[in-house]
Design a protein around this ligand. Structure first.
Ligand SMILES: [Zn+2]
Length: 484
C-alpha cells in the first residue's frame, strides 16, 4: 500500500465531518443503494451513483482496496415509499407494457448499465438483485422475530420500533414526531403506527409473490439492503451511501433491521448526497414527470462526461440546480480542457513530476480528501493548466493522475483529438512546405481542406498544431419542450 493521507468525510450519523478510519486498512467495505429498475434512471439518480463512484475512486486513489456492493431493486417498491401504500412499481410497469416483471427489470437494468458505462461509473464489486435474495430476506425476518423485533399479523410481518430504542438515530426523527406528522406506514394490526413492514402478504393477483413461513407475500422494500449487505459485506460496513431522500425511512429502517438482527453497529459512516434540482426547490423525480436521461442529454449534443464534469461544480452535499445553460457551460469548460490536453500531447508525453508538480498533486489530494471537495479539485486542475511555469510533462502526468478520480478520459480524449490519418498527414506536410515557401494562398487552401475533413489546424511558434472537430458531440439547437 502507498503512503496514506487523512481523508475526512461528513457522517450523517452525528452530522459532522470526521476523519475516515476503515475497520481493515486493506479493504474498505462500501454499500450503495442501487436503482429500482421499473423505469429509466434519470440524471438526478445518476448524481447519487456518480457521487458513490467518486467516493470509491477517492478511496482507491488513496491506496485502499474497495469492496463495493450496489443492489438492483427489482421487487417490492411501492409508489408511496414512506407510507407503504400505492401500487407495486415493477408490476405497474409490467402491466402497462404487457411484459413480465422480469422482462421489465432486465430491460431497464441493461439501459442503466449502458448509461453507467457512458458516465465512466465503475462496475460495483457485486450487484445483487433483490429477487435473488428472497431466502436471505426471509431468514433475516425470522431472525428479527426470534430476537423479539418482529411480529406477524395476518400474513404481514412488522418491525416493532419500540423494541429498538435508537430508532431515529440517523434521521433525528422520534417515533412521536413520525406519528404526529403521519409519516408512517399504514397497516392494520400494527402495535405502533411507526412500525414498518418486513414482509407483506400478497393477494393471488400479484405477479411477483413468494412462499414464506407467513404465507405468500413480498419483502418490505427496506429489507433487501440489510439482507444483501449482511450477506456480501458482513455485519458492519465501513461506508453506506445513498441520496438524502433515503435517510428516512429507508436507511433508518436498514439500521433497525441490521442492528436488531446482529446486535452490532451496521454502518460506521453514512454519506448522503443532495438532489439535483430542475427549478427552485423541486427535486428531480419520476413522479413529477420532469425527468431527463443520459440519452436525452446525448440527443441535445451533450457528452455524458460533460454531465459528470457538471456534477463536480457543486459539492455533493449541496443541492445542484440543473439548467441547460449551466450544463452547456460545463461542456464548453470540459472541451477547453480536452483541447489543452490535445495541445500538450502534441509537444510532450507524461513523465515524472518535478517538485512544483508534486505540490500541485498535494493540493488536489487535499481537496478530494476534504469530504470530496470536487469544486476545489477541479479548480486545482484548471489553475495547473494555466500555470505557464509548470513543464508540459508535469501537466500531462498530473492530468493522468487526477483522472483516476475525475474519470473524464482526459488523455484518451486528448489523444483522440489529435489523430490524423495518412492522407491528412500528407496534406499537413504539404502545408508545412507551403508555409516554409511563404505560399500563403496554398497554406490557406490546405487548411480549409483539412477543416472540411474535421481537422482544425493552427500555427504556433513550434509549427502546426491540430485538433479534430469531429470527435466530440456539439450542442444542438433545443427541440421543443425538453426540460426548459
Ligand atoms: Zn438501500
Amino acid at each position: 500500500m502507498t503512503e496514506q493521507f487523512p481523508i475526512y468525510l461528513h457522517n450523517t450519523l452525528g452530522r459532522r465531518v470526521e476523519e475516515f478510519q476503515p475497520q481493515n486498512p486493506d479493504e474498505v467495505l462500501v454499500y450503495t443503494c442501487g436503482p429500482t429498475v421499473y423505469s429509466y434512471q434519470h440524471i438526478g439518480n445518476f448524481r447519487a451513483f456518480l457521487f458513490a463512484d467518486t467516493l470509491r475512486r477517492v478511496l482507491e486513489y488513496n491506496g485502499y482496496r474497495v469492496r463495493h456492493v450496489r443492489n438492483i431493486t427489482d421487487v417490492g417498491h411501492l409508489t408511496n415509499e414512506t407510507l407503504g401504500t400505492g401500487v407495486d412499481k415493477m408490476e405497474a410497469a409490467a402491466r402497462r407494457e404487457n411484459l413480465t416483471p422480469r422482462e421489465i427489470a432486465d430491460h431497464f437494468t441493461e439501459i442503466f448499465h449502458r448509461d453507467q458505462a457512458l458516465l465512466n461509473i465503475l462496475e460495483p464489486t457485486a450487484e445483487p438483485r433483490a429477487t435473488e435474495y428472497i431466502p436471505q430476506m426471509i431468514s433475516l425476518t425470522e431472525r428479527l422475530i426470534g430476537r423479539g423485533y418482529g411480529y406477524c399479523v395476518k400474513g404481514d410481518v412488522y418491525y416493532d420500533v419500540d423494541k429498538f430504542p435508537s430508532y431515529g438515530m440517523l434521521s433525528g426523527n422520534t417515533v412521536e414526531d413520525l406519528i404526529a406528522g403521519a409519516r408512517v406506514e399504514v397497516g392494520e394490526g400494527k402495535r405502533s403506527p411507526a412500525d414498518f413492514a418486513l414482509w407483506k402478504a400478497a393477494a393471488p393477483d400479484k405477479l411477483m409473490r413468494y412462499e414464506s413461513p407467513w404465507g405468500m407475500g413480498v419483502p418490505g422494500w427496506h429489507l433487501e439492503c440489510s439482507a444483501m449487505a449482511l450477506d456480501l459485506l458482513g455485519e458492519t460496513l465501513d461506508i453506506h451511501t445513498g441520496g438524502e431522500d433515503h435517510v428516512f425511512p429507508h436507511h433508518e429502517d436498514e439500521i433497525a433491521q441490521s442492528e436488531g438482527a446482529t446486535g452490532k453497529r451496521f454502518a460506521r459512516y453514512w454519506l448522503h448526497n443532495a438532489f439535483l434540482q430542475l427549478s427552485g426547490a423541486e427535486k428531480m423525480s419520476k413522479s413529477v414527470g420532469n425527468i431527463l436521461t443520459v440519452g436525452d442529454l446525448a440527443e441535445r449534443g451533450i457528452h455524458p462526461l460533460s454531465y459528470r464534469y457538471f456534477t463536480y461544480q457543486a459539492h455533493y452535499r449541496t443541492p445542484q440546480n440543473f439548467t441547460w445553460e449551466a450544463l452547456e457551460a460545463a461542456q464548453t469548460a470540459l472541451y477547453r480542457i480536452y483541447d489543452q490536453v490535445a495541445d500538450l500531447l502534441q509537444s510532450s508525453e507524461p513523465a515524472g513530476l518535478t517538485e512544483s508538480g508534486a505540490a500541485v498533486r498535494n493540493a488536489f489530494r487535499e481537496a478530494i480528501n476534504n469530504d470530496l471537495a470536487l469544486p476545489e479539485a477541479v479548480a486545482v486542475l484548471n489553475t495547473m493548466l494555466s500555470n505557464s511555469t509548470l513543464p508540459p510533462e508535469d501537466k500531462l502526468s498530473l492530468l493522468d493522475d487526477f483522472d483516476r478520480v475525475l474519470a473524464l478520459d482526459l488523455l484518451a480524449v486528448g489523444r483522440g483529438l489529435i489523430v490524423a490519418g495518412p492522407a491528412e498527414r500528407e496534406i499537413l506536410d504539404r502545408r508545412a512546405q507551403a508555409r516554409a515557401e511563404r505560399d500563403w494562398a496554398l497554406s490557406d487552401e490546405l487548411r480549409s481542406k483539412l477543416a472540411a475533413g474535421g481537422l482544425d489546424v493552427k500555427d504556433t511558434a513550434q509549427g502546426q498544431r491540430w485538433t479534430r472537430s469531429d470527435v466530440l458531440p456539439r450542442v444542438q439547437a433545443p427541440q421543443t419542450g425538453a426540460g426548459h
